[in-house]
Design a protein around this ligand. Sequence first.
Ligand code: 6CS
Length: 354
Amino acid sequence: MLKKLLTAFLVLSLVFVLAGCGSDGDTADGGNEAADAQEQEVVEWTFAHEEVQGSVQDRYAQKFKEEIEELTDGAVNVKVYPVGQLGDGANQVELLQNGAIQLGINNPGSVGTLVPETNLFSLHFLLPADMDKAHELVNDSEAMDMLNQKYLDANMKVLGWFPEGYQMWTGNKAITSPEDFDGFKIRTMASPVISESYKAYGADPTPIPYMEVYSSLQLNMIDGQVNPIFAIEEMKFYEVQDYMMLSNQAIFVGTFVANDMFWDSLSDERRAKVQEAADAANDYILGAQKDLNNTRLESIKENSDMEIVELTEEQRSAFKEASQPVRDFYVEQYGEDAGKILDQLLKDVEAIQQ
Ligand code: 6CS
């Protein structure tokens, strides 16, 4: 209830603020005159993401801001809100979907109830292990065209996808086999596919909002959590966990989206610039996230006594085997189209690895 009231309050406040900002609103490109007027009017766009300042999503958002402000000679102003300022990931998705904000980065965990098919990114051992290939695949493949259409059906125009890093487990004990997960309370994002994935290992998945994970670990309400290394460092989970497993069972994928009505309201020229700025942010983030994950791994090694456990290929293959039935669960839960997207993605993964 409190969450609904907060969202309603945020929607109303933003609508008032944006009404005073000259958003691109009604000036759909009916001809050059309207387009020219749109090019000159100074507007402010709100861009929300689900991570803290300095994170992968924040770097992506700041790069997009820099590019679009330059491409439009300052006619577009982008205001970036990190997680917490406009609520949590789920609040931000609601604001974006109903048009209270124009731009946002979300992830399959936060958007999975609106676009159920996107839960396929919560399946383990699915994307290519090679990060460059994973980045290429999520931006250019037949399966992703099918999935992008599902986002459009839910009022979100996808402008880019980007892997943020490999998902790693942290815990109060080492986990090297599915048996080690027996009864282990692992914090996950809220998604039936994520929950099913951990149940398949014998764990007890517990969804908790991102900003409450540190205190839940500190108070021993949970035994561990799962996130990319950069997040484990910036959220300081290493302070309250004894082990980090380099498990690589999945890749955390972010999605840069625009509200579809906002997108449709832009002139063709403006839309091309937005896509150009998004592509620049997308190219930049591949190297940036790799650097960030590498340097933060070094920083964790230097500044904490958390033990780093690198899983062997043999150990990983036991998890891989246990994770396979969750693919059937995904199709049973989300239906025929979800099954078609998964089948196509598996073909696309195979093709890119040739
Ligand atoms: O675990 C989470 O909930 C969050 N993890 C990352 C890396 N980004 C946002 C998300 O909400």
